[in-house]
Ligand binder design. Structure first.
Ligand SMILES: [Zn+2]
Length: 303
């Protein structure tokens, strides 16, 4: 489905009416939160945590699925809003994004610091179209760009972290020292459960990334709201809603944001492959079970 603007006369009239307003309002400039980690440390942490995810979860290796997810990620990663956001609002090189599907009947998606993204197969199955899938990916990329997980770790361990991070240790050694503080970024980490403010930011930035790639940003909001509406009836959504709490009024917020963006034609589908990929996902053979995920008790919120 293509969404196009109305007739030219209508646009001209609307533009004449709206111009004074538009001149005063523009897209919000998001700012990353307080962070004691360097972007390079985000990348190291994320790569170590991704190894842990591969041990704990069933990461799918399927040529069609991997190529498809990689193709959409590549489109989204071209957006300037996918570039690393600095404290002064400037942008640096993008984080090395990567995406893999995880075999899981619970709907969820999560991003590790510095770029690795994992999407549950149930999420691909639940999406109505490619733009909704792209919306989840753009939302997760935004958690990476805004560095929400290391921001949370920084706030929680304000006193102990500076000495550890200044020690210039890398990789496993740094992970080990952070683990002693109860800091881990693997699957089920409390640091991957975000606040409603973080969620609103990830939606805002995700909509910008989607729009640049030509996907209708409203599909992000529609998908998240569809999942909210199902909640309570389906236990498979609990984890998703706990990791990504509803900031409220998603459709209204993104509709307002779109008004501030350059006018574009958006699509819900760019590759024509979504129905095939969903079919692939629905017919994946049941993989052998992995040992039960054991989360460090320190990583679990007490409530
Ligand atoms: Zn989120």
């Amino acid at each position: 489905m293509r969404c196009t603007n109305g007739g030219q006369r209508v646009i001209a009239l609307a533009a004449a009416t709206l111009l004074p307003v538009l001149a005063e309002s523009s897209l919000k400039q998001l700012k990353p939160g307080f962070n004691l980690f360097s972007p390079q440390q985000d990348i190291q942490m994320g790569q170590q945590a991704a190894k842990e995810v591969r041990r704990q979860m069933v990461v799918i290796e399927n040529g069609d699925l991997d190529a498809y997810l990689g193709r959409i990620l590549g489109k989204l990663a071209k957006s300037k809003y996918a570039r690393t956001l600095n404290r002064d609002g400037s942008r640096s090189q993008p984080f090395p994004f990567a995406i893999h599907a995880v075999y899981d009947k619970n709907i969820n998606a999560f991003a590790l610091p510095g770029g690795p993204i994992f999407i549950h197969t149930a999420t691909i199955d639940a999406a109505d179209n490619e733009a909704q899938l792209a919306g989840v990916m753009a939302h997760e990329m935004s958690h990476v760009v805004l560095r929400h997980s290391t921001n949370q770790a920084s706030k929680r361990n304000l006193v102990e972290l500076p000495a550890i991070l200044a020690g210039a240790v890398t990789g496993d050694s740094l992970m080990g020292q952070l683990a002693q503080l109860g800091i881990g970024f693997g699957a089920n980490s409390a640091l991957l459960k975000f606040s409603r403010t973080d969620e609103a930011q990830a939606d805002y930035s995700g909509a910008e990334i989607m729009a640049d790639a030509g996907y209708n940003p409203l599909e992000l909001a529609r998908f998240f709201e569809k999942l909210e509406a199902k909640a309570g009836r389906e236990g498979s959504l609990e984890q998703f809603l706990s990791d990504h709490p509803n900031p409220g009024n998603r459709i209204e917020a993104i509709s307002d944001e779109i008004q501030l963006m350059p006018r574009r034609d958006y699509t819900d589908d760019q590759t024509g492959q979504f129905p095939h990929i969903r079919d692939v996902v629905q017919h994946l053979p049941q993989p052998p079970a992995k040992p039960a995920q054991v989360a460090d008790p320190a990583e679990r919120p007490s409530n």
